[in-house]
Design a protein around this ligand. Structure first.
Ligand SMILES: NC(=O)c1ccc[n+]([C@@H]2O[C@H](COP(=O)([O-])OP(=O)(O)OC[C@H]3O[C@@H](n4cnc5c(N)ncnc54)[C@H](O)[C@@H]3O)[C@@H](O)[C@H]2O)c1
Length: 456
């Protein structure tokens, strides 16, 4: 099939890799090149072991790679050759200077804008795929259009709503695709060009178009709302533990109200991932910047409750385990921030392990996919943490097991065998409420779940 459109994506990470692989898979008349400054990452995308674990990703890449999907470190060449340039670089929280700890660090972003300008000898459509503060497109346009080559660049916002662990499913059948553009003739024409790409497989009524600023702000708002639901139910879980209510029952009935809905009401040790915390802090910073301190504080509280909820885990362990866990072996089941990914960024397990170390416990970390990243995240305390691929070995001789990630395989373990190998009394702390607590109690475990008080 002849190529109609050439797309280059800068940034071959958790978003750039899967989104571009799906575009190439679904659009045989589009040639997609994904570029990155990280040679090892590009080599992995070109090899057998892809750099990220995502169910279904291997098959998609296998179908398109070498046909109309390419991975390269020739950033300049790929930008020059493209009609549409997506920018999907990382936008972490700033760690220095003004806005440190809250604002978005836009240095990677700005570097790409300058590089695009440097290598282009014709105007192009530039698509913001990264999550950015509202009005970033204005800065991008100022950099790009302040050239003396007489070139015009049209900037679009096309935030990504995929969730890690279900990225391929989300990309194949998205609830919606959002494209923001200027409401000018050239803005709307650029928008239509991108709509045509997605329309290869997404029904037109699910491709929503807005002005640029609405699109940029929508992504931050969507993440803030999702995280807020988790913090809301987690705050109620603490009250359940004091009162004998069961948070899963409360959430189930609350979620049956069609005005509320059932999703994202699962109580747990807290949310993680690279996005929620950073995006909410960024939203909060923007509110401060625009003179709205009350709104900033409202959203920041979602992050504060989340951290409090995670710290509660080791407090509960202390309470149940006779106020001391010093010297006790504790098996930490799961280090990924959620199931079906190897990503450990902002994982609650990281905080739990550090809280355990503060109490001088001996954490043993196990995870089906995330041990390499866990070792990187815990590099400063490696001598005090044991890593164990085999979950049964991790539990051998432990005083307690704490479930930090909702991997299905943990619910399917032979818990009788685990109980037999543990110190007694053997404790299980289920930070994800995925285990059959009654069955574990029957085996002889002391079980503590999130948001489940003692019914009496
Ligand atoms: N991870 C998610 O689930 C998710 C979901 C939706 C949106 N987002 C947003 O998407 C963006 C990317 O997130 P990610 O998780 O893919 O990040 P990531 O860190 O996995 O990937 C970013 C990649 O960009 C590369 N990069 C940085 N500067 C570069 C440059 N100048 N030239 C070429 N490559 C460069 C890095 O080497 C890295 O491989 C972020 O803004 C994030 O907020 C992430």
């Amino acid at each position: 099939m002849s190529i109609k459109t050439k797309i280059t994506c800068i940034g071959a990470g958790y978003v750039g890799g899967p989104t571009m692989a799906v575009i190439a898979d679904k659009c045989e008349d589009v040639r997609v090149t994904v570029v990155d400054i990280n040679q090892a990452r590009i080599d992995a995308w070109n090899g057998d072991a892809l750099p990220i674990f995502e169910p279904g990703l291997d098959e998609v890449v296998a179908r398109a790679r070498g046909r109309n999907l390419f991975f390269s470190t020739d950033i300049a060449g790929a930008i020059k050759d493209a009609d549409i340039v997506f920018v999907s670089v990382n936008t972490p929280t700033k760690t220095f200077g003004h806005g440190a700890g809250k604002a978005s660090d836009l240095q990677y972003w700005e570097k790409t804008a300058r590089q695009i300008l440097e290598v282009c000898d014709e105007g192009k459509i530039i698509v913001e795929k990264s999550t950015l503060p509202v009005r970033t497109a204005a800065a991008m346009e100022r950099i790009l259009n302040s050239n003396d080559k007489g070139l015009h660049f049209e900037v679009l916002s096309n935030p990504e709503f995929l969730a890690e662990g279900t990225a391929i499913r989300d990309l194949f059948a998205p609830d919606r695709v959002l494209i923001g553009s200027h409401q000018t003739e050239s803005g709307l024409a650029a928008c239509e060009k991108l709509v045509e790409v997605y329309a290869h497989w997404v029904p037109r009524e699910n491709i929503l178009t807005t002005n640029l600023w609405s699109s940029e702000l929508t992504k931050l708002t969507a993440n803030a709302f999702l995280a807020q639901r988790i913090s809301s139910i987690n705050s109620i879980s603490a009250l359940c533990e004091r009162t004998g209510a069961d948070v899963d029952e409360v959430a189930h009935v609350v979620g049956r109200d069609s005005r509320i809905g059932a999703k994202f009401l699962k109580a747990s040790i807290g949310f993680g991932g690279s996005c929620f915390k950073k995006d909410i802090l960024n939203l909060s910073y923007l509110c401060e910047y625009y003179g709205l301190p009350e709104v900033a504080a409202y959203w920041e509280s979602v992050v504060k409750i989340n951290e409090w909820q995670t710290h509660r885990m080791v407090s509960t362990m202390l309470e149940r385990m006779f106020n001391t866990i010093a010297g006790k072996r504790i098996a930490v089941l799961g280090f990924a921030f959620k199931a079906n990914t190897g990503d450990t960024r902002e994982s609650p397990a990281n905080l739990v392990v550090r809280d355990l170390l503060n109490e001088r416990a001996l954490p043993v970390v196990t995870d089906p996919k995330a041990i390499p990243d866990a070792k990187r995240d815990l590099a400063d305390v490696l001598d005090r943490v044991v890593f164990e691929e085999d979950v049964y070995k991790a539990c051998e001789g432990a005083h307690a097991v704490v479930v930090c990630t909702e991997w299905k395989c943990f619910a399917e373990l032979d818990w009788k065998k685990i109980h037999a190998g543990m110190e007694k009394p053997a404790f299980v702390f289920d930070g994800r409420n995925i285990l059959d607590a009654a069955a574990l109690a029957k085996i002889g475990f002391e079980v503590a779940c999130i948001g489940k008080g003692k019914a009496d």
